[in-house]
Write a protein that binds this ligand. Structure first.
Ligand code: FAD
Ligand code: NAP
Length: 335
């Protein structure tokens, strides 16, 4: 039989939202259990300098996340290396199946599963993933010392990746489908001044081209979005940085969503459409998507869970079948 663990508050995810929820829920004496998932520390572990975390003029993303984990642990949050594979939110206590085989049950759940990199969806991109095509400059940049690299995208991630890759590459070409970047002005300024970086506007990827044996990228075929003209650029690496999608598969068909998969929360709160289930961070936020806003929402989720549990009399409610709808803090489960 699968081992099972019951907790008052189960936190799913170990990014800034999850760890902050862990700190607050532990300090509320809720003895939270946090499941880290496949990427302990979340998206910031895939970057280098973070320059907008208040209190640190500059901090390495992975270091910041190690500190957040230690902080949550120190406050009394139990942190488990496991992955939640499915969630049943239809009755309380809520049930979470996991990769390790442990079945977690919880009176309240805080979802903080964040977001994942988007891909272009081209067959040639798929073919060369791991063989010259990457979505993580911090992870893979080192392999391209002295080589030419192309970065796709026009947001903060693309610009940061292009700048970071200049540490290794002989030349970086940033390819964007418009002639205007979404990235912050300070990053744009650094990009345009960098002698190793060239920008190519109004182009999209038609195909990644490369050798079969050994499998590896040799270049990229680009289409001018205005004229349709095709150009080829030789390169050894293609870094796709076209944004992120919310990691909401676990709760698809169980919770209301907006903007293509972000979990909907009641305005000004972290309550989802199921009472006792709270959502924080990039999973619910299609607009700001920052470490500090995610951490803020993690705090809100822990406080919302604390108030909600107190209103339930802090009693686990066995086999309560749940309706959909925003749960008022004083609402007692089924309406
Ligand atoms: P995430 O950080 O996405 O973490 C999600 C967590 O959920 C992960 O730990 C994952 O393992 C876990 N998880 C997912 N599915 C499961 C599951 N099934 N079971 C268990 N756990 C699961 N923001 C800034 O403010 N400043 C920056 O400088 C900055 N730089 C960035 C650089 C890059 C390259 C990227 C990609 C993003 C950057 N951001 C930056 C954005 C910032 O990283 C995110 O806004 C923030 O990490 C979101 O936090 P989160 O806790 O919501 O989720
Ligand atoms: P983003 O801001 O959504 O930008 C995605 C970029 O990719 C856009 O320029 C978009 O073009 C382009 N794009 C999308 N789909 C495409 C496609 N199919 N083909 C070609 N181009 C495509 O994503 P992000 O840069 O990953 O940033 C995500 C969030 O994390 C943002 O909120 C960002 O502020 C945050 N973040 C912050 C920092 C920081 O604070 N330093 C660093 C990294 C990320 P269009 O512009 O034409 O739509």
């Amino acid at each position: 039989m699968s081992p099972s663990r019951h907790t008052k508050v189960l936190i799913v995810g170990s990014g800034p939202a999850g760890y902050t929820a862990g700190v607050y829920a532990a300090r509320a004496m809720l003895q939270p259990l946090l499941v880290q998932g496949i990427e302990p520390g979340g998206q910031l572990t895939t970057t280098t300098e973070v320059e907008n975390w208040p209190g640190d003029v500059q901090v390495q993303g992975p270091d910041l996340m190690v500190r957040m984990e230690a902080h949550a642990r120190e406050m009394g949050c139990e942190i488990v290396s496991d992955i939640i594979t499915s969630l049943d939110l239809s009755r309380r206590p809520f049930t979470a199946q996991s990769d390790s085989g442990t079945v977690y049950t919880a009176d309240a759940i805080i979802l903080a599963t964040g977001a994942r990199a988007k891909w272009l969806g081209l067959p040639s991109e798929e073919k060369f993933k791991g063989f010259g095509v990457s979505a993580c400059a911090t992870c893979d940049g080192f392999f391209y010392r002295g080589q030419e690299i192309v970065v796709i995208g026009g947001g903060n991630t693309a610009v940061e990746e292009a700048l970071f890759l200049t540490n290794f590459a002989s030349k970086v070409t940033l390819v964007h489908r418009r002639n205007e970047l979404r990235a912050e002005r300070i990053l744009q300024d650094r990009l345009f001044k960098h002698p190793k970086i060239e920008t190519l506007w109004f182009h999209e990827v038609a195909e990644v081209i490369g050798a079969e044996s050994p499998l590896g990228v040799e270049g990229i075929r680009l289409r001018n979005v205005k004229t349709g003209a095709i150009t080829e650029i030789p390169c050894k690496g293609v870094f796709v940085a076209i944004g992120h999608s919310p990691a909401s598969e676990l709760v698809k068909d169980q919770l209301e969503m907006h903007n293509g998969g972000y979990v909907t929360v009641k305005p000004g709160s972290t309550e989802t459409t199921i009472p006792g289930v709270f959502a924080a961070g990039d999973l619910t936020d299609h607009k700001y998507r920052q470490a500090v806003t995610s951490a803020g929402m993690g705090c809100m989720a822990a406080l919302d869970a604390e108030h909600w549990l107190a209103a339930q009399g802090d009693q686990p409610q066995k086999d309560t079948i749940l309706p959909m709808g925003y749960g008022a803090p004083e609402g007692v489960g089924a309406k």
